[in-house]
Design a protein around this ligand. Structure first.
Ligand code: SF4
Ligand code: SF4
Length: 253
């Protein structure tokens, strides 16, 4: 009988708990949550501090792309007005976003850090041709920031940390490179310090990185932590998780 009443009121208990809990949803797209530091979005083609383009038209990015979505053609730099400091520059540069899987292999392959990814994923098209971004759209503006294209939903601050941040800072996984600046100067941004690695000496405030090695809940915004993982309920869950199964069964019966 007692178990019967417990089940009956347990249902109300659940309802009232959910009535009073903090909302975990937001009114997207009117409101947006901050994006993760290493989020992979649409690409940008970076420029040096003197305004020159970093792309040298080597086509390594196109060669490594598993989705075959990059089309690059290099051209010799005009002697009187070079576009890049190299022998050649990227004359044609196109990315087909109907194919791109945002794996960032192109970013890893690029020898000059010309191509990196912004965090922008909020864009859409109504025909196939529009899904192909051209160099005119991908190249950063005169401030070194991604262009805010009319069909993209940019908010203030979302273009921060887009250049140079989507690439591993330890080439070939060599720990010797961890924490060593690998980046050349960027237009409007200058030289950025390397993204934090896995060892000590991290500067998360300067890099915008979070402590990714910390426990799961430390990565989340307070409102992203489910009610059942907070406060007394959260402590109880943790305790239950540590209990031997036999003891848990007896106590929670
Ligand atoms: S992110 Fe991956 S799929 Fe997209 S263009 Fe680069 S290599 Fe290709
Ligand atoms: S973006 Fe980089 S890898 Fe691709 S063609 Fe330009 S320089 Fe070469």
């Amino acid at each position: 009988m007692a178990a019967h009443w417990k089940t009956f009121f347990g249902g109300f208990n659940l309802t009232f708990r959910h009535l009073t809990r903090t909302n975990v949803t937001i009114s997207y797209p009117q409101e947006k949550r901050p994006k993760q530091p290493r989020q992979h979005g649409r690409h940008v083609l970076n420029r040096y501090e003197d305004g020159m383009e970093k792309c040298i038209g080597c086509e390594l990015c196109a060669g490594v792309c598993p989705a075959d979505c990059i089309h690059v053609r290099g051209l010799d730099n005009p002697a009187d007005h070079p576009v890049s400091p190299g022998e050649r520059y990227g004359y044609i540069y196109e990315i087909n976003y109907l194919r791109c899987i945002h794996c960032d292999l192109c970013v890893e392959a690029c020898p000059t850090q010309a191509i990196t990814e912004s965090k922008m994923f909020e864009f859409s098209f109504s025909n196939r041709a529009d899904a192909i971004y051209t160099k005119a759209e991908l190249v950063v503006d005169d401030m070194g920031m991604p262009q805010r294209l009319p069909w993209e939903d940019w908010r203030d601050g979302e273009e921060d940390m887009t250049s140079g941040w989507m690439r591993a800072t330890s080439p070939s996984g060599s720990a010797a490179y961890e924490g060593v600046i690998q980046w050349s100067g960027d237009l409007g941004v200058g030289v950025r310090i390397p993204e934090a690695g896995q060892s000590d000496g991290r500067d998360d405030s300067a890099t915008g990185s979070k402590q990714l090695r910390d426990v799961f809940s430390a990565h989340l915004l307070p409102e992203d932590v489910p009610a059942s993982h907070r406060g007394v309920a959260g402590a109880r869950r943790k305790l239950e998780a540590k209990m031997p199964p036999a003891l848990k069964k007896r106590l929670l019966r």
